[in-house]
Ligand binder design. Structure first.
Ligand code: AHR
Length: 497
């Protein structure tokens, strides 16, 4: 029996799905950088882990944010350049760089390593400057060191350090969580600091660089805070009214859920929390609209993903990689598609080993997590035109909330091919889904499915990682209507042309 109906309005375009909606975040935290991205003993001679680099390159990662997170607001970028043996070891107020509790940073991996990594992987770099304990001069010097082609001391220092050409760094974050670890500022205080930093960092592209820099302000899940920030940041006494290109917030979910102890009720609650992403995007977009326009100031979800009770400082925020986490990523990526008209980027936390990472390592082994499979399955959406999709599906009461048991989103490519992704958020049962393609759609179907026959708490490791690869999904088409059965906690990707 069909119990869920998805209607894809192939001619009702929302907007282009920016590839950057599939971006990533990597912080000097636990084993994300050291042992994840960088591993001096194992690598091809320069410290980069080839195995991780290959997995990330295969995914066409569009953007990578670095060096934090909270780490960014206690980081002095000049510590991480020049000969590695001369770089200082520093205490870090927030995170240790392994699984121990010692919060110290060796600075082995710094600006040149990060920017070279981005070039090798083929991703755009996004640097987060230090607003909490730093100053605008430091931030502006960082832009000059990385991006300036002239004959200044800083540009020449980059050359001495082995890099002649300036790097292309399109995205510059002005601080991180400045309402919290980035200085515990009021929104007005952050807005004033933000304007100060933006004046100097933002002037670099007009005066000295060939490329445009996009400036990113860090907002909050408290939307009143964002409102007050936008109000204050616009009080510029000259010229630029809203000196920001993007406003971000961070949304983590599942923080009271233990992966080891969770049951089906916990999974329902977890998915309800993931679905709150929709509300946050709508609220931050309407805050922007109250002062500027979402065409001029884009919405970024700068950090997002599952954060469970297992992920504590002592584990370097590590938690097992499971099917249920991957399902939540699919649900969230569908939400991003539906908001393609306001969203300019999003970065899942974090790339390797930490929180809802896509890649995990242990010793000499590296493997893709189930969440990696979801990003891979959703990749055909990147660059497509998102189209309106409505879902009529059964729901389950979860406290005061309703969990829809089936979700979906869709997009159309330049040749008219339609790509639909659908999730069965029900961990207890299967659902037969009818997908009605309204408009001019073809009949040639290629359908894949993830996680059939796998329990929501199934944990990936080096030995079973291949079992999470996509399988063929049995989908029939008749008169523009596709029918498929989705087993519990599965994710489907269906191409029709
Ligand atoms: O991703 C882990 C931490 O979560 C980041 O350092 C911080 O920005 C956020 O609170």
């Amino acid at each position: 029996m069909t119990d869920a109906n998805v209607t894809v309005h192939t001619e009702a375009a929302i907007d282009r799905i920016e590839p950057e909606l599939h971006g990533h975040f990597s912080e000097h935290l636990g084993r994300c950088i050291y042992d994840g991205i960088w591993h001096s003993e194992d690598a091809d001679g320069d410290g980069f882990r080839e195995d991780v680099m290959t997995l990330l390159s295969d995914l066409d990662m569009p953007v990578l944010r670095w060096p934090g997170g909270c780490f960014a607001d206690d980081y002095q970028w000049e510590d991480g350049i020049g000969p590695r043996e001369d770089r200082p070891r520093r205490r870090n107020l927030f995170w240790s760089q392994d699984r121990s509790e010692v919060p110290e940073e060796p600075n082995t991996f710094g600006t040149d390593e990060f920017l070279e990594y981005c070039e090798r992987v083929g991703t755009k770099p996004y640097l987060a400057t230090n607003v909490g304990s730093g100053d605008p001069q430091e931030a502006t010097d960082w832009v000059e060191y990385a991006c300036y082609d002239g004959d200044t001391e800083l540009a020449n220092r980059r050359r001495e350090n082995g890099r002649d050409e300036p790097y292309e760094v399109p995205y510059w974050g002005i601080g991180n969580e400045n309402w919290g670890c980035g200085g515990r500022m009021s929104p007005e205080q952050y807005a004033r600091e933000y304007r100060r930093f933006a004046t100097y960092v933002g002037s670099m592209d007009n005066l000295m660089l060939d490329e445009e820099l996009e400036l990113i302000a860090c907002g909050f899940e408290d939307h009143e805070w964002n409102h007050r920030f936008m109000e204050e940041v616009g009080k510029s006494s000259w010229g630029v009214e809203y000196p920001l290109d993007h406003l971000t917030l961070h949304h983590y979910y599942g923080r009271t859920m233990s992966v080891a102890e969770a049951d089906e009720d916990d999974y329902d609650q977890f998915l309800v929390e993931a679905l709150e992403m929709d509300h946050h995007i709508e609220r931050i977009a309407s805050t922007i609209d109250a002062f500027a326009s979402t065409r001029d100031v884009g919405v970024i979800i700068d950090e997002w993903g599952a954060w469970h009770t297992e992920a504590v400082a002592e584990t370097g925020l590590e938690q097992p990689g499971t099917v249920i986490d991957a399902l939540s990523a699919a649900v969230v990526l569908d939400i991003f598609n539906d908001h393609a008209d306001v969203m300019t980027m999003s970065n899942i936390a974090q790339t390797v080993n930490v929180l809802q990472c896509l890649v995990e390592t242990e010793g000499d082994e590296a493997w893709a997590r189930p969440t990696y499979r979801v990003f891979d399955l959703y990749a055909p959406h990147k660059g497509n035109e998102a189209v309106q999709t409505s879902v009529d599906a059964p729901t389950r009461e979860v406290g005061d909330e309703e969990l829809p048991l089936v979700g979906a989103s869709a997009s159309v490519d330049d040749d008219g091919g339609v790509y639909v992704t659908a999730t069965n958020m029900d961990t207890r049962g299967s659902h037969t889904v009818e997908i009605d393609l309204v408009g001019d759609a073809g009949a040639d179907v290629d359908a894949k499915v993830l996680f059939e026959g796998q329990e929501p708490d199934m944990v990936v490791d080096a030995d079973n990682a291949d079992e999470f690869a996509a399988d063929d999904l049995d989908a029939t088409v008749e008169d523009g209507v596709l029918t498929a059965e989705l087993e519990p906690s599965t994710v489907a990707g269906i191409s029709v042309r």
